[in-house]
Unconditional design. Sequence first.
Length: 240
Amino acid sequence: MANPEPSVEDALAMFRSIEEHFPSGSLGNDKWYILALVAITSGGHPEFAANLYSHLISRPDLASTHARQGLIRRLREALVKLVSVVGVPKPLEAVFCIAEVEKEEDKDYSFSRETWSSGEANRVRGRQWLDQIYRANHAATQRTLAAHKDFEWLSEEITYGLYLSDHSILDGVDTELVVLSGIMMQNLRRETGWHLRGIRRIGVSQENVERIQQCIELVAAFCGLSLTKVPRVADIEHEV
């Protein structure tokens, strides 16, 4: 017998559990919902992005239009970055679902990549962030991709150059939360290991990364997914 579809009440309970378990004391109170948004979208339930948004704006600190516009910029940027991990359809559906519950006065019409261009400066910026995440490990990836240069170009110019090295709205930890959550929800062993290692390399403690992984697993269970292939942060700690 198929599992019943999760309800809005189930989703809200799961969001509250994530907020309680996430290491906000160390990382800040504005990061748990990035993980929740990305994981629920990657897990095949982007419709609950609207419920997460409504849950967040019910709080006193997000009562003003200015605060809500700041929030939507962060949520939107997380979904833009998620495109580089899961493709367009799921993040786009999450955007549409949030838009359905936004009030007109709360909408933010800014365009973060209006002045973006490809080229050397973009590649350098992308490579600098890529090097922080991968360090010497990237040499092995380059050797593999020497026979698949389209993917090397895609990584430096687009994945990192266009998406992940832009920290004007989301900082480096936010960005790795997006990438780690999106990849882990796909039950990918190799790439999850890379980004467990990557988030450690930019300064998040082993204990906090373990708690982050447990939060992602809460969303996976909500979505009916089993993350059977992914390592734990302790498994990759010797590589950090």
